[in-house]
Ligand binder design. Structure first.
Ligand code: NAD
Length: 279
């Protein structure tokens, strides 16, 4: 049987695909803002985490990325980091399991001999328009991955982190405005904002800063994996800019919070969401 010819993407779709695949802004020149730092990035194999890993590497950091399942994505990210002449340690496992989360931080420290930056970014969500459909198992799992892992990794990292180190958590716009079809997920992101503020205050005098980035709609694998086709078609169209963002547009907020430019900033959330005003 003759193979069906693939329809080439329309110019607008092609532009979008090119941007989804863009890891960091073309022409971006690193300037050593993270020279010789060591960063661990959970969920660093794809989407926002991958852009953060490669941007940190371009700015001079070695990175460890933690991922759940996709060896292919992880290897690709590793290659991208190595192209920046920096090391990339891959750690595969389930961060909702306390033993793995704590061991992984210890492994990073033993491998590099130091730990400067923790980016808690791993996340999961399942779409449900009917609140009564959300099972206790799902609710607990969303918290296990999105909140408990941030607690385990932060606690373990703080035992070994450099004195001027920092923690950056990935929250979401839905922490501030809620989402009717992501109720458990919204609750976890609200918890992350409060966790960020409370831990920042607790550590303020120590020199270790804790901040968060709250992305709005961003084109990443999480979106294609968990939303209906209809939702994906309209994804991001309600933002003031009328479009979803791309990982390469979100990663610079993590870089700013990670480097010395943000030395007097702790307990804050940077909103990268196409113009939606939330607070
Ligand atoms: P993604 O699917 O590319 O990344 C999710 C990452 O989490 C993956 O690397 C995956 O390996 C990791 N992960 C999931 N469950 C895990 C587990 N049990 N153990 C270990 N790792 C696990 O999607 P993304 O959109 O880049 O998501 C990154 C973060 O950004 C998440 O916290 C997500 O909630 C947040 N976020 C995304 C958007 C968006 O529109 N894409 C908006 C706001 C916030």
């Amino acid at each position: 049987m003759a193979k069906a010819k693939k329809t080439p993407p329309k110019p607008s779709e092609k532009k979008q695909l090119d941007q989804i695949n863009m890891i960091i802004r073309p022409g971006y020149l690193g300037s050593g803002r993270l020279r010789d730092k060591v960063a661990v990035i959970t969920g660093g194999d794809s989407g926002i985490g991958r852009s953060v890993a490669v941007l940190f590497a371009r700015e001079g950091a070695d990175v460890a990325i933690v991922y759940n399942s996709s060896d292919k994505d992880a290897k690709e990210t590793q290659q991208l980091v190595e192209t920046e002449q920096r090391q990339c340690l891959l750690l595969k496992g389930d961060l909702s399991k306390e033993s793995f989360a704590r061991k992984m931080v210890k492994d990073v420290y033993h491998h590099f001999g130091k730990l400067s930056i923790l980016v808690n970014n791993a996340g999961t969500h399942e779409e449900d328009y009917d609140f009564l459909n959300i099972s206790t198992k799902q609710f607990q799992h969303t918290f296990d991955v999105n909140v408990n892992s941030y607690f385990y990794c932060s606690q373990e990292a703080l035992k070994v982190m450099e004195e001027d180190g920092c923690i950056i958590n990935t929250a979401s716009v839905v922490a501030f405005r809620g989402s009717e079809h992501l109720i458990d997920y919204s609750a976890t992101k609200g918890a992350i904002v409060s966790f960020t503020r409370a831990l920042a205050k607790n550590l303020a005098e120590s020199g270790i800063r804790v901040n968060a980035v709250a992305p709005g709609p961003v084109w990443t694998p999480l979106i294609f994996a968990s939303f209906t086709k209809d939702h994906v078609r309209n994804f991001g169209k309600k933002t003031p800019m009328g479009r979803a963002g791309y990982p390469y547009e979100v990663a610079p907020a993590f870089l700013f919070l990670a480097c010395g430019d943000a030395a007097y900033i702790t307990g804050q959330v940077i909103h990268v969401n196409g113009g939606e005003i939330v607070g």
